[in-house]
Design a protein around this ligand. Sequence first.
Ligand code: GLN
Length: 209
Amino acid sequence: MSPVIGVLALQGDVREHVAAVSSCGLRAVPVRRPAELDAVDALIIPGGESTTMSRLLTTFDLLEPVRARIRDGMPAYGSCAGMILLAAEILDGRPDQEQLGGLDVVVRRNAFGRQVDSFEADLQVDGVPGGPVRAVFIRAPWVEKVGASVEVLATVPPLTLTGTDAGAAAGRAVAVRQGAVLATSFHPEITGDLRVHALFCGMVREAAG
Ligand code: GLN
C-alpha cells in the first residue's frame, strides 16, 4: 500500500501542503489528534507561527507522540515554522517554546530582519533537478549551525529577486536534510512548484520500502 502523509493541522498553511502532496501522487491527511498521527507514515509541519504551534502541540496532546515518532524514524518535513520546530535548538525563540527535534541544527527565528523580512529568491536546491526553485521567505528562520550528519541542500544567494543585497543572509543555509528529516526556511507549498514536495514524497516512499 502506498504511504500516507499527515499534515500537522493545528495552525498554518495546511491546505496548501495537502494539495501539493496530492499533486505528487500520495495521499495526504490532516493530523490533529494522536490517533490520526498513528495512522500516517510521515508528517509535514507547515509554516505558520512556531510559538503558537508549540503551544497547540501541548494542548492537543501531540507533543510527545510526534517527538516519539520522529525519534523512531518517521519521515518529517518542516517548512519555515516547521523547520523551527524540528530544530534541536532555536535562537531568538520564546523561552517556553518546545522543540520536536529530529534535526541536529541551530536555527535563528525571524533571522532575516526587518529590511528583508519577506522576500523571494531563486535557489539551487541539491536533490531537486530541473533548475532553481523560486523560494518565498516570510519572516523566515535560517540555519546557523549544522551537526555532522546534516546535509545543507541550499543557501541564500547574494541577491534577492528584487536585486536587494542579501547582506548578512548571503550564504546562510535555508534547506537541510538529516536522514528522513527535511526542512526549508521557505514555503514551496505556495508557489505551485511541486519539486520540494516530490523530493519529500520520494524520501517517504523510500522509507516505506
Ligand atoms: N516567524 C515564524 C515563527 O517564528 C515563522 C514564519 C513562517 O512560518 N512563515 O514561527
